[in-house]
Each structure stands twice: as structure tokens, then as C-alpha cells.
Design a protein around this ligand. Structure first.
Ligand code: SUG
Length: 462
């Protein structure tokens, strides 16, 4: 075993963050549709979360936003002329398409890709498959930029493989790490890769009735094959249809795992025995015991789990702040902390449950609350905003260094947001050509701030 660390890559919120009501089955997105947003506050709230985690001794990095409004997408739909013409025509003839092409949804980095740690793969490289995000149009336009980004950050092919996304068919709907959890004894040990899916195919007899399935078993199996996960280390579990119909559009709204701990709602899985099966597989493949923290519906309904995003918290292993860094990675099962949205603190039942958990002998020793109101109103909690990548020290050294969080980068990003982002945005503002110019100006500055060169289409054109 070599020491390894979990690095959280947080999606930086883009300048067009708005409430488009675009994600059917995501209750928060529907209920905030057409509300006024505050992109500046959204981005600063995200940066504060990164700072908190870095302050807890965790490794933190940044994924830049995608360029929006995405004029190339609108041109593909037949809108033409100058960029302002394209915006005008789209606003007039297809406002839904303009909203989709303007969404800042790439901020939810848990949907950027599925990641397998090198300890689990046959070629001992870290594998990434960018999610195809076929279920919603506004998200389906993310994969090309995600590929470019991941290939720029993880360019060293002796350590990393960035696959192409799966073919974009609903039969292969893939939403990335939001439906994938890695369990292990130590980060550097081979683990168990848990893939969750909504149905075998899209139209499944026992599938949800109200809301769509976003992840299929065929997609999860394909990702596991591409990643060359060692035999026995991938497991596929179905989400319960009732959970999806209650608003659990991604599995990470009903469960979160870290190392040897799984914190979940008992209504999350189709098979009530799924956690017990996981426990057996964990003992066989990882050694030791998987600690299950199960919350029953009589303690918390699925509806309240969705409303508070309790399970969309980040479950993190706190590093030893006194000891040397390498030791921090090697010592098993240090204290874990749960990073919860403030909505959990504001809900009496959830706050009481968390207090009990911390005071009792559960594996979770402390809770920190973060204010992510702007993202939460679109259905994105702490765990949605981050993509976990487990890496050794050598792998961390091999990735692009400019996106690694430092106090000085934080200060520069804060100033960059304050300088470039609006503090009010209404969906009707998306037609404003000035917003397009501001966004491009901001992203142009950002790529040089992060040392990423010309990443976006608009930087390469002309
Ligand atoms: O895909 N919301 C996102 C939220 C993604 C949350 N991610 C995880 N659970 N990991 C989605 O539903 C709303 C956009 C809008 O309506 O403007 C949106 O896309």
C-alpha cells in the first residue's frame, strides 16, 4: 500500500448561475424556477466551503466553470448571425434552449465524471469517465468541455486515463460520481467501487413512475469495464424507485460513504439487504468491518432527507493536524466529520439526529455546517459540488498544479469573483449580450489565473 489522499475538486460556480427550472425530478430546481439568483454570492459560498475543508487539513482543488451562454450549442440549433443575434433569436424562438445553453450546472462536479482510484484498477492508473449526462439537455452539453478540462489537469498518461464519455443514449445515461462511492480501509488500499443505478434500462417495469431514471445499469457496467476495475471490486446496486419518486434524482441525495463508513437512508436502495451485502463484500475485499449508519423512515422521511440534503453532506476523514502529512494518510480511521448544508441545522429533527450521532459512538465525530443556499436552491448540496479523486503523492505531483487550492489562490479567486460576477441575475437577463461578454472576460482571466491556457472554444476561435 502506498499512502494516498482524497482530493476534493470543487466546481467553481460560473457567472451565469440562474434558476431555469431545467431539471425534472429535482424538486429544488422546480420550486425555484425563474427566481432571481445571485451568481456572486453562489461563487463566494462555494469558495468558502473549499476554504473550510482546506482549513480542516484536507486536500482541495478547483474545477473551472464552463463557458455560458454556450453560443456554439445555439448555433447547432440553427441560430445564426453575430453572437448577440444568436442570443436574440434564441430568446424569441426557443427560450428553453437559451436557458439550457446558459446554465451554470457544471458547478456540480460530482456529475462531471466517475473516478476510479489506481489501487482498484488493473493498470494501476487513475481512471476518469466524463459523464454523458443525457437525461437533461442543459447537462448533456457539458461532456466535451469536461473532457478538455480533465485532460488538461490529468494530462500525464503514466498516471491518469481520461476516457471518452459513453455514447449519448438514454439507455446509457451516466451521471458520474453522484452514483458511485468508493469504500476502503485506507485510501491507498484497494477498495470496493459501489455503482448505483436507477434501472437496468430506461423503461423498467419496476422503475419510478413520476420522475426519470438518470443512471442505467448498462452505463455503470460500461464505466466499470472501461476502468478495468479488478475482479470482485465493483458492485452494482439499484436505487429504490420510491426514492427517485421522492426527489432522489441522484443516489448521493440518499447516501454518502467514506472509507469504512456508509451513512444512508434505508429507503435509498431497491433491495433492503443491499447494505448487508456491501458489508460482506467489504470484509472480503477490503478487510475489516464496514460501519453502517442507517437512518430509518420513522426517524427521517425521504421527503425530509431531500428537503434538508442530509445525505448530500461530505463525509471526510480529518487529517492529523499535528503529525506529518504522510502519517495522516496512513493511520486508519481517523476521526470523520460530516460537512452538512445549513438546512440540516435549521431542521429540528435533523439537527437532533446529528447531535445524537456526534455525542454517541458513531463513526462521525463532528459536524460542520456550510451555507450553500444559492446552489441548494437548484438541488446542489456540499457533495454535489465536489468530485473526489484519490491520489498518491506522486499522482498529485503529476497533475496540473495551478488548480490546487492555496490560501493565495483563494484570495485571488475571491477578488476575481467580486470583480466579474453580478449580484443579481434573472433568467430574462440571459439574453443580454453584455452578460456573454462579462462571462467570457471572466473565464479568460480565470484560465490565466489557473495556468490552464486556452481551454474554451471562444478562446480558440478566430
Ligand atoms: O442535475 N441541478 C442539478 C443538480 C445536480 C446535483 N448533483 C448531485 N446530486 N450530485 C441537476 O439536477 C438545476 C438547473 C436549473 O434548474 O437551473 C440543475 O441542473
Amino acid at each position: 500500500m502506498s499512502a494516498a489522499y482524497e482530493v476534493n475538486f470543487d466546481g467553481l460556480v460560473g457567472p451565469t448561475h440562474n434558476y431555469g427550472g431545467l431539471a425534472f425530478g429535482n424538486l429544488a430546481s422546480a420550486s425555484h424556477s425563474q427566481a432571481e439568483s445571485n451568481p456572486q454570492q453562489a461563487a463566494l459560498q462555494g469558495l468558502e466551503k473549499m476554504k473550510l475543508l482546506a482549513g480542516l487539513g484536507l486536500r482541495q482543488a478547483i474545477l473551472p466553470p464552463h463557458d455560458r451562454p454556450h453560443i456554439e450549442t445555439l448555433r447547432c440549433l440553427g441560430f445564426s448571425g453575430s453572437d448577440p443575434d444568436v442570443l436574440q433569436q434564441a430568446a424569441r424562438d426557443a427560450p428553453g434552449m437559451l436557458a439550457a445553453a446558459s446554465s451554470a450546472s457544471s458547478m456540480w462536479a460530482a456529475n462531471a465524471a466517475t473516478v476510479s482510484s489506481s489501487a482498484d484498477t488493473e493498470d494501476a492508473r487513475v481512471h476518469f469517465t466524463p459523464a454523458n449526462l443525457t437525461s437533461c439537455f442543459h447537462r448533456s452539453i457539458e461532456p466535451p468541455t469536461t473532457c478538455d478540462l480533465l485532460r488538461a489537469i490529468f494530462a500525464d498518461q503514466s498516471h491518469f486515463v481520461v476516457h471518452d464519455p459513453l455514447p449519448p443514449s438514454p439507455a446509457l445515461g451516466d451521471e458520474g460520481a453522484a452514483n458511485h462511492t468508493r469504500l476502503c480501509a485506507h485510501y491507498g488500499d484497494p477498495g470496493l467501487e459501489v455503482f448505483t443505478y436507477g434501472a437496468d434500462e430506461v423503461a423498467h417495469q419496476n422503475g419510478p413512475r413520476r420522475y426519470p431514471v438518470r443512471q442505467t445499469l448498462a452505463a455503470s457496467r460500461a464505466v466499470a469495464r472501461l476502468h478495468r476495475i479488478q475482479p470482485g471490486r465493483a458492485i452494482f446496486l439499484q436505487q429504490s424507485a420510491a426514492a427517485i419518486d421522492a426527489g432522489v434524482f441522484h443516489h448521493d441525495v440518499a447516501a454518502v460513504g467514506n472509507q469504512n463508513v456508509l451513512f444512508f437512508h434505508t429507503g435509498a436502495f431497491a433491495d433492503y439487504q443491499a447494505p448487508a451485502i456491501l458489508r460482506q463484500r467489504f470484509t472480503k475485499h477490503c478487510g475489516g468491518e464496514l460501519k453502517l449508519i442507517a437512518i430509518e423512515p420513522n426517524r427521517l422521511t425521504l421527503a425530509d432527507a431531500v428537503a434538508t440534503y442530509l445525505f448530500n453532506s461530505q463525509l471526510v476523514t480529518l487529517a492529523d493536524r499535528v503529525g506529518p502529512a504522510a502519517d495522516a494518510a496512513q493511520t486508519a480511521h481517523r476521526e470523520m466529520a460530516l460537512i452538512c448544508p445549513i438546512q440540516c441545522q435549521q431542521h429540528r429533527g435533523v439537527a437532533a439526529l446529528l447531535d445524537e450521532m456526534v455525542q454517541g459512538d458513531s463513526a462521525i465525530a463532528s459536524v460542520r455546517y456550510v451555507d450553500l443556499q444559492q446552489s441548494m436552491q437548484n438541488g446542489g448540496g456540499p457533495a454535489c459540488l465536489r468530485l473526489r479523486v484519490v491520489m498518491t503523492e506522486a499522482q498529485i505531483a503529476a497533475m496540473h498544479q495551478g488548480v490546487i487550492w492555496t490560501p493565495s489562490l483563494h484570495t485571488r479567486l475571491q477578488a476575481w469573483v467580486e470583480r466579474n460576477y453580478r449580484d443579481r441575475l434573472h433568467p430574462t437577463d440571459l439574453t443580454d449580450p453584455q452578460l456573454l461578454n462579462e462571462s467570457r472576460q471572466a473565464l479568460d482571466e480565470l484560465t490565466s489565473l489557473l495556468g490552464l491556457g486556452s481551454l474554451y472554444g471562444f478562446q480558440r476561435a478566430g
